[in-house]
Design a protein. Sequence first.
Length: 134
Amino acid sequence: MRDAGILLHLTSLPSPYGIGDLGRNAYAIADWMEQADIRLWQLLPLHPTGFGNSPYAPRSTFAGNELLIDLEALMHEGFLSPEDLASSPSFSDDRVLFQKVQEVKLPIMRFPRGIAPQREENGSMWTGKPSSRK
């Protein structure tokens, strides 16, 4: 018996927020796959990317990429307001501009304590910080 599959990274899905995510378009692809009897979906790694935004050079092998979080789902769950999403600029449809996406999405999501200090200190690893900052 043979199976059919696709290779499609989540970042390639269309999104009004500049990068594909785990939102409605991911569910739409999964629904289409089911209708087409396509049973395998191969993804590139889903880690937070490091230098060059490569999924094969992650900052962590245990964390998920925060850019793949669906902002609309956060709004529907009450973590964000519609006003939070209304300020999002328009993005290119043909490529992901990672720097611009990070500048827009990350402040909207208001990350919990512990993630922000890494960004404030030029991306240095938390393991190199004094114990009072860990």
